[in-house]
Design a protein around this ligand. Structure first.
Ligand code: SF4
Ligand code: SF4
Length: 445
């Protein structure tokens, strides 16, 4: 009998970095997090203590749709870990698994109830690695990147028409303390949101300006891992904002809000507080105006309504603070790291506003606030994985129907469009509105 030479098994004992930084440009910063995932699935299931029943118990759109563990954060963490150790190379499936994900942050807050692993940052860093290794992003993302680089907006629309939505009778100031950053969606696809926003500003006597030569915020570029390009956009926009002298940057788009408040500072290695201006979403602004007695919801809106928490306005919007330090015994870190757990999101403000509108019967869906279920639209998903985006929106609509709501309200054009599309495709009779439209109707602007 011929004796085959004994194969040598190469066992690597990999030690995660001891000096670490919350820096997504290097996947090695997250090897500890990936290697310590215990597959408990807190990133996939909503904890029983938070669930008022047995329906709608998952939090991960990707894992819920594709069912295999690989698509949940736990699977992505394993794939990433093997890649970071150099024992797995990119292949088509691995690339699909990393990008077929809405980067919604549900897994991150789920994991941090127990283990404090930096799941969202790991997933972002894996996309950065995919781009660095010449494998990512997906073809549909490259098309958007091309639009933004050539036309300065997401839709390759004519930039000269960017402010065509401005209603007659409203003229922005040349200089003002409040600058309304409209964003690509409200500028070109959802003029009703931009129009409602400026009408609310006018009604409350708030002087506002627009950013001269506003360009895309770069949310998708950042989200798909094109870090260098996203950093250039961040620097350009922050510099342009600082130059205006405005003190408050106002947004009506949740994705843009997260980008300015969290990801620009992340890209520039500064904290949110070091931006030099305040980043505020319309719901915060209106809530403050109501408290100051400058805006009153007067007109009745008789409907059974439910509110969808956008991921980027909620769990993904805790302030950013750069951190670097050491990891020691049992994985403990120093200096102290204040984890971003999604608890500082804008959850109360939209509810205060909607509850103040006469006639509104506001009912909650089972998954709310940091446990919200993503609409599926953002962060490069609907372009590269439309079937995942459709699934997520339709799954959420099931929840809307389950609570018997006639009207679904959100605070982001991306959510509004995705839900409106799903309603149309399924012959549903749910009315989908942005909160700016509801406010505008109630103040009779
Ligand atoms: S919750 Fe955290 S530790 Fe548990 S499976 Fe998910 S990523 Fe892993
Ligand atoms: S970011 Fe969202 S879709 Fe992606 S793995 Fe986490 S929970 Fe799932």
């Amino acid at each position: 009998m011929s004796k085959e030479p004994k194969k040598e098994l190469k066992v690597r004992y990999y030690k995660p970095k001891a000096d670490i930084k919350l820096d997504i440009s290097d996947i090695q910063n997250f090897v500890y997090d990936m290697s310590r995932c215990i597959k408990c699935k807190g990133c996939h299931w909503v904890d029983h203590t938070y669930m008022p029943g047995t329906k709608f118990m998952t939090r991960c759109p990707s894992g819920t749709k594709y069912e295999f563990d690989a698509y949940q954060a736990a699977g992505k963490m394993r794939i990433g870990h093997a890649m970071a150790e150099g024992v797995l190379d990119w292949n088509d499936k691995a690339l699909e698994v990393i990008y077929a994900c809405t980067l919604c942050g549900a897994c991150d807050v789920g994991c941090k109830r127990n283990l404090d692993l930096e799941v969202e940052l790991t997933l972002e860093s894996l996309r950065v690695k995919a781009v660095k290794d010449g494998k990512g992003p997906m073809p549909a993302h490259k098309k958007i990147a091309d639009n933004i680089s050539k036309k300065k907006n997401f839709f390759a629309a004519d930039q000269k028409k960017r402010t065509d939505w401005m209603p007659k009778g409203i003229t922005p100031a040349k200089k003002a303390d409040v600058l309304y950053f409209v964003g690509c969606s409200a500028s070109f696809v959802n003029p009703e949101i931009a129009q409602s926003t400026v009408k609310i500003l006018k009604s409350s006597g708030t002087e506002f300006m627009l950013m001269p030569d506003e360009e895309c915020c770069g949310n998708t570029i950042f989200s798909v891992g094109m870090l260098d390009e996203a950093r250039e956009i961040a620097k350009r926009n922050v510099e342009a904002m600082r130059k205006t002298g405005a003190k408050t940057l106002l947004l009506s788009c949740a994705e843009g809000y997260r980008m300015w408040k969290v990801d620009y500072p992340k890209l520039m290695n500064i904290s949110t507080d070091e931006l030099g201006f305040k980043v505020v979403h319309l719901v915060e602004f209106v809530d403050e105006l109501m408290k100051a007695g400058k805006l009153k919801m007067k007109k009745e809106f008789n409907t059974r309504m439910t509110y969808h928490d956008s991921c980027s306005l909620g769990r993904l919007s805790d302030k950013w603070t750069p951190w670097e330090g050491k990891r020691g015994w049992m994985g403990c870190v120093e200096p102290r790291l204040k984890r971003r757990r999604g608890t500082e999101g804008l959850y109360a403000q939209p509810r205060n506003i909607l509850n103040a509108i006469p006639g509104v019967d506001l009912i909650e869906m089972p998954r709310t606030r940091e446990n919200t279920f993503c609409c599926g639209a953002g962060r490069g998903t609907k372009e590269a994985f439309p079937e995942l985006a459709n699934f997520a929106a339709e799954h959420r609509l099931e929840e809307v129907k389950y609570v018997g709501a006639e009207t679904l309200v959100s605070s982001c054009p991306w959510c509004k469009n995705k839900f409106a599309q799903a309603v149309k495709a399924n012959g549903n009779d749910v009315q989908v509105l942005d909160i700016s439209e509801v406010i505008c109707a109630s103040i009779d602007a």
